[in-house]
Design a protein around this ligand. Sequence first.
Ligand code: PMP
Length: 427
Amino acid sequence: MNYTSLSKEELLKLREELNKEYSEAKAKGLNLDMSRGKPSATQLDVSLDILDAINSKSLLKSENGTDCRNYGVLDGIPEAKKLMADMIGTTPDHVIVYGNASLSIMYDQVSRAYTHGILGNTPWCKLDKIKFLCPAPGYDRHFAITERFGIEMITIPMTDKGPDMDLVEHYVNNDPTVKGIWCVPKYSNPQGYSYSDETVKRFANLKPAAPDFRIFWDNAYVIHHLYDDNQDEILEILSECEKAGNPDMVFEFASTSKVSFPGSGVAVFASSHANIEDVKKQLTIQTIGHDKLNQLRHVRYFKNLDGLKAHMRKHADMMRPKFEATLAVLEEELGDTGIGSWTKPHGGYFISFESLDGCAKDIVAKCKEAGVKLTNAGATFPYGSDPKDSNIRIAPSFPTPEEMSQAAKLFVLCVKLVSVEKLLENK
Ligand code: PMP
C-alpha cells in the first residue's frame, strides 16, 4: 500500500489504527538502544583471549629487542607497524602506531594544523577563514571536531559511490580557504557506502588551491565486512596520491576499536614520509611513546592480516543476523509504502534511513517515547542540522537479533505514524 496516494479519509482511518498499535507498543515498556555503533558483549567475548596473549611470564620484547615494558619508540614497535600497515593496505614506513583510538589522532591532526601549521604552512588559527568539506550524511564526531575549532563546514551530498566529486573538485581546486575534507571511504558511517575506484582516483587527482589541503581519510571500517562473498574493496589512497603527484595530500586513520576492544585497541595514522616526519616532530614533545604492551598483545594474538580477517569473520557472523533482521522488517513493513528508503550495506556498523522530508526528528522522538533510543536526528549533518530533516542512522550492532527485530518493528510503526501525520498536513 503506497501511503502517498491515500485519500484524506483513508489516512485518517490509518492514523487511528496506528495510534492504537503505538499505545500497545508503548505499554510493553521496551528499553532498547540502537543509537551508537557499539559492538555487543558477545562480540567482545570473542576478543577475550587477546587479554591472555601476554602475561608476566611472556617475553615482553619486540622483534627488534625493544623492552616493551619501558619508555620509548615513538612510532610503534615494528611488528605492530607491519600489522596495522597491512590492515590498511600500506607499508610500515608510512605509519605511526598510536594509542588506543583513532578519533584522538584526528583531533590532534586538526589541532596541530590549527596551532602550528602543516609542513611549514601558516597555522590555520592565523587565517581569517578556514573551511572543511563534510560529505553528509556523515559521522557526527568528525563534524564535532571541526566545529570545535570554529572551522566552517560545507555540506557535500553523498552518493552510493562517494561524495559528489564535481562539488568536491569545485571547492578544493578553487578555494584556498578549503583546508580539508572528512571521508569514511569504506562502509561509510552511516550509509555503508564504499567509494568507487573513480571517486578515489578523482580524490588523488585533486589540484588543491591550498597547499595545506588534506583529505582526512578515516578508514574505520576497512576490514569490517558482513559477508564472505560480497565484500567491498576500495583503491589504496596513499599510493593513488603518490601516482598522481600528490603524495602529501592524505591523512589516513584507522584502529582496532571494532576489531578488539573499543577504547582499548590500537590506532594508526598513515601518510607520506614528509607528513610522518612533520607529525613526529610534534609528537615527540607530546609523548615519549604509546602503549607498547598493548601493541604487543595485539600482534601476538592476531599475528598477521589473515589473523585479523579470521577474527572479523566471527564478528560478521554475529552482526549479519542483526542487519538481516532489521532489513527484513524494513522491507516487509515499508517496502511498498513510499514513505522511506534505506541502505543495504555489505559491511560497517550502520544502516541509513531516509524518511519523508520533515519527519526524522518526530520519528526519533516517537521511538524514544516508546523506549527505543536512536541517534539524534540531524546528528549525521554538520552543526547537527539536517536541512531536509529526513536522515536517521540505525545502529544494529548492540542489541540481540531478537531485540533488534523488536526495535525495528517499533521503528517502522513510528515511521508510519509520523508519515501519516505529515501527509495529512498536506491534504
Ligand atoms: N571513525 C568512524 C567513522 C567511526 O564510526 C568511529 C566509531 N564509531 C570512529 C572513527 C572511532 O574510532 P576510534 O575508536 O578508533 O576512535
